[in-house]
Design a protein around this ligand. Structure first.
Ligand SMILES: [Mn+2]
Length: 329
């Protein structure tokens, strides 16, 4: 368990903060950023919020999302305290923000990645926390600062997204207790559900319809995959961002251990996603093709024609799975 005391002392004493999170911000990055930002402002602190990229449209409903600036819009080049959230290393904040963070007098690193490099002057790293948002909630409680419904909504979103709606292995009793307290503080659960999961575009479902038409299962029934062809994007007007969650469909089939999604991002360039249900470390499978990721979710990008990439990757996946299952019999 990390020691909150030095961080609480610093946050209480100082007044000038720059808070940021990682590039390609997800729900935990945005939720933690806005949660901590609004919290510090509620006790009278000067806070600038920044991200390397704009807040993704999915998270624009979050209170405070309109107050996040891009690196080029930062009011100043240095701040007293830089707070980096949900980043295993400083580089994850993006090149432009990294420079500004290095100009700060104190750097605070708050994160839950096991691989965290402890790059801050103060490090509040807890790899058993389900999300950085969970650590922020505990920090606020230990500081004795009242958590407003706006802050709670941000932190609850961080928890929901980083746990896959409380389904991933990081969904611990502690995580549920934190979520319960956030609901008590007034987190807008229904609004979060609607904005995260019930705002699909029609073109996205049309794209899904076409992708489902390509669904294949290998002979052992352990690997299932789908393809999103370049034409599908053109025919439906959908973009890559509309493929969110598609990979769950092949994985969701009974008996399947490995789900694969092929997305033809350009003719001759294919993005491949891997998801495993219980056993396979797909980061190792992705690494065979120069990619990477986590144990249960990984990906890579391959050059080549879609149907050839499909054959190559599925053959490698079958061999990978056979080797794994052979070892574990
Ligand atoms: Mn996270």
């Amino acid at each position: 368990m990390s020691d909150f005391t030095p961080v609480i002392e610093l946050l209480s004493k100082k007044n000038d903060f720059l808070i940021t999170a990682h590039v390609n911000p997800d729900g935990d990055a945005v939720g933690s950023l806005l949660g901590l930002g609004l919290l510090l402002r509620s006790i009278g602190k000067e806070v600038v919020l920044a991200l390397a990229q704009p807040v993704p449209s999915t998270y624009l409903f979050l209170p405070g999302s309109n107050q996040v600036c891009l690196p080029q819009d930062l009011p100043r080049e240095a701040y007293e305290v830089g707070v980096v959230l949900d980043c295993s290393e400083l580089e994850r904040a993006g090149e432009a923000l990294q420079k500004t963070l290095k100009n700060c007098r104190f750097l605070v690193n708050i994160d839950h990645h096991l691989s965290n490099k402890q790059f801050g002057d103060l490090n509040l790293v807890d790899s058993e926390a389900a999300a950085t948002g969970e650590i922020i909630c505990e920090l606020a409680e230990k500081m004795g600062v009242k958590i407003s419904p706006e802050v709670a909504t941000n932190l609850y979103t961080a928890l929901v997204t980083d746990t896959g709606s409380f389904q991933f292995a990081n969904t611990t009793p502690r995580c549920h207790y934190t979520a319960a307290r956030l609901l008590e503080y007034g987190a807008k659960r229904q609004q979060i559900r609607e904005f995260l999961y019930e705002q699909r575009s029609l073109r996205s479902l049309r794209l899904l319809e076409k992708a489902l038409g390509t669904l294949c299962l290998n002979s052992s029934g352990r690997i299932a995959w789908m393809k999103v062809r370049k034409e599908f994007f053109l025919e439906t007007g959908a973009g890559l961002e509309d493929c969110e969650g598609f990979i769950e469909y092949p994985k969701s089939l009974a008996g399947v251990e490995l789900g694969v999604l092929f997305k033809e991002i350009e003719h001759g360039e294919v993005k491949v996603g891997f998801r495993s249900k219980n056993l396979l470390d797909v980061s190792k499978l992705a690494a065979l093709f120069g990619g990477g990721g986590h144990e249960r979710a990984a990906g890579c990008v391959l050059k080549g024609e879609l149907d050839k990439v499909e054959k190559l990757v599925i053959a490698a996946a079958e061999e990978f799975l056979a080797r794994f299952e052979g070892r574990n019999q």
